[in-house]
Design a binder for this molecule. Structure first.
Ligand code: F6P
Length: 460
């Protein structure tokens, strides 16, 4: 049987147990590696004076992690630069924030070349290689240049931008060309896949036949494959002692008020500013409801070396302060704004205590918080999910209250509708969402991808 080589920018240390501290994707990839054996390769997160390609190996349960340090210039130009100041904003439709600098593009290419050079000797002839996300788009092509003949797949965890937006990237053609080196390419939704196909067909002469693309003299299998959560594990987490304790603490601290919860990395794509404004609108439009609820926004800081992230942090602090200043009373604070992360079992308890889950990104590849919020609910008395129609998750969860996150009025109306929703309707909507979440869980997601990669090997 083939081993699996997972390549991603970040690599989780082997957990050994389900401590609840890891993200959903890490849990899924680890499960795949445990089942198939292999290596998880990526950046160690460390800076080295000079790039040596020295690989740090750690043994996990049935697989190894292999990480490599990067030079300061690589980190600046590849991670902070091209990945997070160019591709991230552009792929989230924010060309106003995207920075196009040749130095970033060069650094991105150099880091990917270094990753390829370092991982290539670890790959054996029968291995299946699975490259993850926007940090590593050209990695497959770099492996092919080294005559790597293995099956190589790529999965993008963020949206793919429409053709006209992508055309603003000076290296768009070269970048897309590198993708023709893969055997299988996956996106979370048909919308992102269609945008990719449109660019490849219209700008680069690719031909699409059903779920296959013919480009660069190669045949590439295309997949729209929405990532799920480890539903079983998350349901178990929601019933864990720590989740139950947190649930109790949250209920006590709410003193009879309804809690609305938002949990997001502090990122401009998450629509936090617009969310606060929508909530403020609700407070102004429904003065009778004001002291009956509060918003708990958990937003751990992220990518703090990038200026647009520093700006959003300052903006949100100002906004939360202004809204609290204008509306708070002696015994009531409208927004509890918390800038730190929590383990997933604690979050499960928080979600279960919240009457409303407010998940309103302006654009999101999938959004697993939406799914985790649903999975944590009490089946007899579930809360209501308010979800942005621009998150990949909206395709699978149409029973949520879907909103346009740019419209404060829609967000305000949705909060009102959620507060008034009868229990029978809450249960009906929750049941439908839960069926999807448990049926299309993270194991389903990754099997679909690795099966496709395996089938391509047989066909080839
Ligand atoms: O959504 C893309 C993603 O890479 C996620 O997989 C991850 O949770 C998040 O961004 C973390 O970003 P960073 O590695 O920059 O902290």
């Amino acid at each position: 049987m083939s081993r699996l080589i997972v390549i991603s920018n970040r690599v989780s240390a082997p957990s050994g147990s389900h401590s609840g501290a890891q993200g959903g994707l890490a849990v899924a990839l680890e499960a795949a590696l445990r089942e198939m054996g292999g290596i998880w390769f990526g950046w160690s997160g460390e800076q080295t004076d000079v790039f040596t390609g020295h690989v740090n190996l750690t043994r996990g349960e049935g697989y190894m992690t292999a990480t490599v340090g990067l030079e300061e210039q690589d980190i600046e130009e590849y991670y902070n630069g091209y990945a997070n100041r160019t591709l991230w904003p552009l792929f989230h439709y924010r060309i106003d924030l995207a920075e196009y600098e040749r130095g970033f593009a060069d650094g991105y290419h150099r880091a990917n070349l270094r990753f390829a050079e370092t991982v290539f000797p670890l790959i054996e002839p029968d291995d299946m290689v699975w490259v993850q996300d926007y940090h590593m788009i050209p990695l497959g092509a770099e492996l092919r240049r080294r005559r790597c003949a293995n099956r190589i797949g790529f999965f993008l965890h963020i949206p793919w931008p429409p053709r006209r937006l992508l055309s603003t990237l000076p290296e768009a053609h070269a970048l897309v060309e590198t993708m023709f080196a893969y055997d299988v390419i996956g996106f979370h939704t048909q919308e992102w896949l269609d945008s990719f196909c449109e660019f490849a067909a219209a700008e680069m002469g690719a031909t699409i036949e059903g779920d296959t693309m013919l480009a660069g003299g190669r045949r590439i299998r295309l997949l729209a494959d929405p990532i799920g959560i480890d539903a079983k594990e998350f349901i178990a987490l929601a019933g864990s002692p720590r989740a139950r304790l947190t649930h109790r603490q949250m209920i006590d601290s709410a003193v009879g008020r309804n809690m609305i919860v938002g949990v997001d990395r502090l990122d401009y794509s998450k629509g936090l500013e617009e969310r606060f404004l929508g909530y403020e609108r609700f407070l102004s439009e429904h003065p009778e409801e004001r002291k009956e609820l509060f918003l708990l926004q958990i937003a751990p800081p992220s990518r703090g070396s990038v200026e647009s992230y520093q700006r959003i942090r300052t903006t949100l602090e100002g906004l939360a302060g202004r809204i609290n200043g204008a509306h708070a009373d002696l015994d009531w604070t409208p927004i509890r704004y918390v800038n730190q992360g929590y383990p997933r079992d604690v979050l499960a308890g928080v979600y279960r205590a919240a009457k409303i889950g407010l998940v309103t990104p302006l654009r999101d590849g999938m959004n697993l918080v939406a799914k985790e919020y649903v999975a944590a609910q009490d089946p007899e008395d579930p809360g209501v999910l308010i979800l942005s129609r621009f998150a990949g998750a909206a395709v699978q969860l149409p029973e949520a209250i879907l909103v346009n996150p740019h419209s404060a009025e829609e967000v305000s109306d949705a909060i009102f509708q959620a507060l008034r929703m009868p229990r029978a309707e809450r249960i009906r909507r929750w049941r439908a969402m839960m069926d999807n979440i448990t049926g299309k869980d993270v194991i389903w997601w990754r099997r679909r991808f690795t099966d496709a990669l395996m089938e391509e090997a047989m066909a080839g």
